[in-house]
Design a protein around this ligand. Structure first.
Ligand SMILES: Nc1nc2c(ncn2[C@@H]2O[C@H](COP(=O)(O)OP(=O)(O)O)[C@@H](O)[C@H]2O)c(=O)[nH]1
Ligand SMILES: [Mg+2]
Length: 198
């Protein structure tokens, strides 16, 4: 099970500009610079499909990609970028929540967490909010190339304990963008969501 075709479609600054067709979609969320664009490139085996950068906070729109003509993959603007004003961040937060709550095509949110760091209060709030609103999601602890196997196991346990304390039960994956095959489980999980028959 691999992705054959992946093409950029459009950049939507708000919900009204998202594609009108009924293809299911999966969006990638997390704080800015966590590695969303890199994961998208890894899953689609493209080097430059999604724009990756060392200067975070640049993606201010929902970037849409069409996958194998059958579903949309969405790169969400990252939250928590310090150089964006509080007012602008609040505006974006509202717009993104409006998207997540109302977008009927949305089948799954993939939340990225950098495995090296404890989830920030923004991460925790976001995860709790998704749970509260019953939005289907899973978590990817990424950048596993930066930690030992032991440490990765420990971080997995810490995260599942945190999720338990929120009464949230969702799949937790681990992987690193430099090793696309490390994300095969995540890819299969996603493909099951967008096309249960495949
Ligand atoms: N070591 C390592 N670095 C990564 C990984 N994924 C992303 N990065 C780096 O993290 C930075 C931010 O990545 P990017 O994909 O642009 O993050 P985004 O802002 O969430 O889209 C870039 O410098 C990437 O090269 C990974 O799996 N391992
Ligand atoms: Mg990005």
């Amino acid at each position: 099970m691999h992705i054959q075709q992946a093409t950029y479609v459009l950049s939507a600054p708000d919900l009204e500009i998202c594609p009108a067709d009924e293809r299911p979609e999966v969006c990638f969320a997390g704080r800015s610079n966590v590695g969303k664009s890199s994961v998208i490139n890894a899953l689609t085996r493209r080097k430059k499909l999604a724009h990756t950068s060392n200067s975070p906070g640049k993606t201010r729109s929902l970037n849409y990609y069409i996958i194998d003509d059958s579903w949309h993959l969405v790169d969400m603007p990252g939250y928590g970028y310090a150089k964006v004003s509080k007012k602008e961040q609040a505006r974006w937060g509202k717009e993104m929540k409006r998207y997540l709550e109302n977008r009927e095509q949305l089948e799954l949110v993939v939340v990225l967490l950098d495995i090296r760091h404890k989830p920030s209060s923004l991460d925790e709030e976001f995860i709790f909010w998704l749970g509260e609103h019953r939005i289907p999601f899973c978590i990817l602890q990424n950048k596993t190339d930066k930690v030992s196997k032991n440490s990765a196991q420990k971080k997995y346990k810490e995260l599942t304990a945190l999720l338990n304390s929120f009464n949230i039960e969702v799949p937790v994956f681990q992987g690193s963008a430099g090793q696309p095959e490390s994300m095969d489980d995540l890819l299969h999980f996603i493909l099951d969501f967008v096309d249960p028959e495949s």
